[in-house]
Design a protein. Structure first.
Ligand code: SF4
Length: 227
């Protein structure tokens, strides 16, 4: 494969989006997502933008997603778990996220995303960065991943070599909106029960704090092909 390390996020998105048959962006509506959306919508205004709705996201995130949807006319696809929260509680007991967060993430995030990616998606774009977490330090800008079914998919991380400062500079320079949770002190957020204010300089230190978990699983359930 070509060496894409020197490509800018815009040129990487341009090269891959135009040649994909079904490109999608998964978005947590974080500041990274906003940057990716701003760039990608200029290339393909109707690109599918996927929100994995666990039913447990912050109200600010739901409102911000709606705000961006109308402001940028986003083709927002909301992907939901098979089980409602009530059904999950009935089957697995109360507050599964406290007892078995890996299973909870599998049911509410990983399986819904897997089903969605299996519906013909060939390009998966994320806003991941290497400096976000030790689990992301070797992130490639372009990776080939195998879904559990064996089907291959291209995974793109155009901001892999950006840092937090560069992301915020882009947001301010381009006068982009951002999730109001940042103004409340959050540096990374997902579901309410598993998100707290950061406990260190590590921007993901407020996720599953004290549970020894760094990733929800959506970025680890596929198998990366070594090229
Ligand atoms: S982040 Fe927490 S509440 Fe959300 S799916 Fe994972 S374990 Fe469940």
């Amino acid at each position: 494969m070509k060496d894409y390390e020197s490509y800018s996020p815009q040129s990487l998105l341009e090269e891959f989006i135009v040649s994909a048959s079904r490109p999608v962006i998964t978005s947590s509506f974080s500041v990274n997502s906003v940057v990716i959306l701003d760039m990608a919508l200029k290339i393909k205004p109707d690109i599918e933008v996927v929100l994995i709705d666990t039913g447990l996201l912050f109200k600010e995130t739901y409102e911000f997603a709606e705000q961006l949807k109308s402001r940028w006319n986003i083709n927002l696809i909301v992907v939901k778990p098979e089980l409602s929260l009530e059904e999950q509680e009935k089957r697995y007991g109360k507050e599964l996220w406290n007892r078995d967060p890996d299973l909870c993430c599998k049911l509410r995030k990983v399986e819904p995303l897997d089903r969605f990616l299996e519906s013909g998606v060939d390009l998966w774009i994320t806003g991941m960065r290497r400096d976000q977490s030790p689990t992301r330090k070797n992130l490639g800008k372009v990776e080939i991943h195998r879904l559990p079914s064996g089907r291959k998919i291209t995974k793109l991380a155009p901001l892999a070599d950006w840092d937090r400062k560069k992301v915020w500079n882009y947001v301010f320079k381009n006068n982009l909106p951002y999730n109001p949770l940042y103004d409340k002190g959050y540096t990374s957020f997902g579901c309410v029960p598993c998100t707290s204010l950061p406990v260190s300089d590590d921007e993901r230190s407020g996720r599953w704090t004290g549970k020894g978990k760094l990733e929800c699983g959506i970025h680890t359930f596929t198998e990366k092909e070594e090229i």
